[in-house]
Write a protein that binds this ligand. Structure first.
Ligand code: GUN
Length: 296
């Protein structure tokens, strides 16, 4: 029987642990861990994300600092100045600049301004470099959530062949680094790869992060493989005018071959915010010179 990996339950469990650890941090440090989120503009999807991040932060017993800038009037220099103020703010342990930024602003320049010790997204080149060379880093939330679910499901990943679809800086590349650190044999495949199905069929683990609805078909999946679907794609639903969410994997087909698979929604998605809270706690502990209470 294929097991459907319940990301929602997994995330709820992690959030409960983070909440306990945040309470312990507060008792020792005399303040709660703090997460600052900056949103520039009115992008509806980003507004939803930022609202749910703020709510989850408070529910985890942490302080939430929300900063909103007007896309019409705010300049990149003002945004960077705000980041620098938060870098210097002792109450702020994590800084997240919601992406995408409005046209005309350079994501890279803004991320480069974040203190790497507060970069809870793990997007700063210092954190990407530390991850690559195996030093203590802050690791991007989505791939970190995927590795947690894989280790929970499979235990030791050593020697397994992992195929990662997608080479983004946010998911594909850090995912490959994390799998390599777990002693997997790692293949990254992408839009220019020849014979994608044959490559994916080699995977004991398949992580799909390409943003193409249901691209990975059932016969691409080796029998018994564990499939992690990072895709969140909105497509027309069965009813006229309605939409639905699907992943990068054709779920029913792949589930017929996989030993375990994450659904969309309810798989990787809920883990991203849970890991963001975990990263904020980790950043707070490191900044305060306290050991990581979750041992992650
Ligand atoms: N926009 C969509 N997902 C993310 C994320 O994980 N971090 C940031 N900063 N922006 C995003």
């Amino acid at each position: 029987m294929t097991k459907i990996i319940d990301g929602k339950a997994f995330a709820a469990n992690l959030r409960a642990k983070v909440k306990d650890a945040a309470t312990a941090f507060k008792a020792k440090a005399g303040r709660a861990p703090g997460l600052a989120v900056i949103l520039v503009g009115e992008d509806p999807a980003s507004q939803v994300y930022v609202r749910s991040k703020g709510k989850a932060t408070l529910e985890a017993g942490m302080e939430s600092f929300e900063h909103r800038l007007d896309a019409e009037t705010a300049t990149q220099d003002q945004l960077i100045a705000l980041v620098q103020t938060l870098n210097a703010d002792e109450k702020v342990d994590g800084i997240l600049v919601q992406l995408p930024l409005p046209k005309g602003m350079d994501d890279k320049a803004v991320i480069a301004a974040i203190d790497p010790a507060k970069d809870v997204d793990g997007f700063h080149v210092v954190n990407a470099g530390k991850l690559a060379v195996g030093e203590e880093a802050l690791v991007p939330c989505t791939p970190m959530g995927c590795i947690m679910m894989l280790k929970d499901r499979l235990g030791d990943l050593s020697g397994l062949h992992a195929v990662v679809l997608g080479r983004s800086n946010i998911v594909g590349k850090p995912m490959a680094q994390l799998l390599l650190a777990e002693n997997c044999t790692v293949t990254i495949v992408h839009s220019r790869t020849k014979d994608l199905p044959a490559m994916v069929r080699q995977g004991d683990i398949v992580v799909a992060a390409v943003g193409r609805p249901e691209m990975v078909r059932g016969d691409w999946i080796k029998p018994g493989a564990v499939v992690i679907d990072v895709g969140i794609n909105r497509v027309p639903g069965a009813e006229a005018g309605k939409t639905k969410l699907v992943g990068d994997v054709a779920f029913d087909e792949a589930a017929a071959n996989a030993s375990a698979i994450t659904p969309v929604p309810g798989g990787v998605g809920p883990m991203t915010i849970a890991v963001l809270l975990r990263n904020t706690l980790v950043a707070a502990c490191r900044r305060a010179g306290l050991p990581d209470p979750l041992g992650l």
